[in-house]
Structure formats: C-alpha cells, structure tokens
Design a protein. Structure first.
Length: 194
C-alpha cells in the first residue's frame, strides 16, 4: 500500500499535465474563435483605411511627405500652409479610424462575453496588425514600390531610386508591429476597465 506522501506525488504528477492541457485547449479555443473576428474586423479596417490613404495621396501626395524616405523629403520643398492643413484634414480622421476600429471591435468582443484581458489585447492588436500587413504588402510594396503610380510621386522627385526602397517600408512595418502591440494594450486596458 502507498503512503500519503507517495499518493500526493502521484496526484501532483497526474494533475499538472491535465491542468496544462486544459489551459492550452482553452487558449486555442479563444484564439481560433477570435481569429475570425480579428481577420474580418481587420479586413474592414484595412479596406477603409487604405481607401482613405489612397484618396489623400490622390488629392496631394505631399500630405504624407513626412512618411516618405528621407532623400525624397530632402529633394522637394517643405509643406506649405495649405499642405499642412490638408495633412491635418486627412491625418486626424485616419488616426481616429485606426483607433476607433480596433476599439469598437474589442468592445463588441467584450459584449459577446469575452472579458479576459489577454483576449481583448489579442483582438485589439490583431485588428491593427491586419491593417499593418495590408499597408506593408499592398500599399507600400505593391502600389508604392512596384507599380509607383503617378499619384504617389511627389513633383520634383520623379525617378528617384527611393521609390523602390522595399527595406524602408519593411522597417515601417516593424514599427507598425510595435505600435499594434502597444496600442492593443492601451485599447484592451480601456475596454477592460469600462
């Protein structure tokens, strides 16, 4: 017959793997169920934000002069008052979209009963991250670097090699990943406290 310390050790060895498996399966369930929501809400955000960016570039690419490679910025004159005003007119709604999109998505996630902080963070960060990937691969690499349509070229910088600088946009993607992660924490924290 086994003594009490031996029984306790056997129970401990059996329970820990069982608990770990239960935690892992719970995490997988939450991730898979939320992944669809992240992808759908991220696609909607990406569509709206991309349209807004393309519209702004169509109106005047100098609106986002500060986001162009440094050599292009150096080659052309600084923004005038009208362009600074346009940067504000297009920039503020764009930033609001990038903040409110994941906020509303995360708020509705909580309305469906998901209140764990890490799940709220994963949703908020994931929705912004989907846009970050679309911005990097479609807007930056495909449209800006590969196609380089006239409406993204700033007058006076035509033909510059920096329009084909894929590495510049990849670094922007890495910065966007950090912003997605940190912004997700802020949004999740606000939703969690509401």
């Amino acid at each position: 017959m086994l003594e009490e310390p031996e029984l306790a050790e056997i129970r401990k060895r059996l329970l820990i793997p069982l608990c770990i498996r239960n935690i892992e399966s719970g995490v997988q369930r939450v991730i898979m169920s939320n992944l669809n929501k992240i992808l759908i809400d991220g696609a909607v955000l990406s569509f709206l934000a991309s349209l807004w960016l393309i519209l702004a570039l169509w109106v005047n690419p100098r609106i986002f002069l500060h986001d162009y490679p440094a050599k292009i910025q150096e080659k052309v004159p600084q923004k005038n008052k009208t362009e600074k005003r346009l940067s504000f007119v297009f920039g503020v709604p764009f930033m609001l979209l990038l903040l409110l999109g994941p906020f509303i998505s995360t708020l509705t996630l909580e309305a469906y009963g998901e209140t764990r902080f890490w799940a709220l963070w994963l949703n908020a960060a994931g929705v912004v991250f989907v846009f970050n990937v679309v911005d990097w691969l479609i807007l930056d690499w495909f449209i800006f670097c590969t196609l380089t349509p006239r409406f993204v070229v700033i007058p006076g910088s035509e033909g510059m090699a920096e329009y084909k600088d894929y590495w510049f946009h990849f670094r922007g993607f890495l910065h966007g990943t950090v912003y997605s992660t940190l912004g997700g924490f802020v949004i999740a924290g606000i939703v969690f406290l509401l």
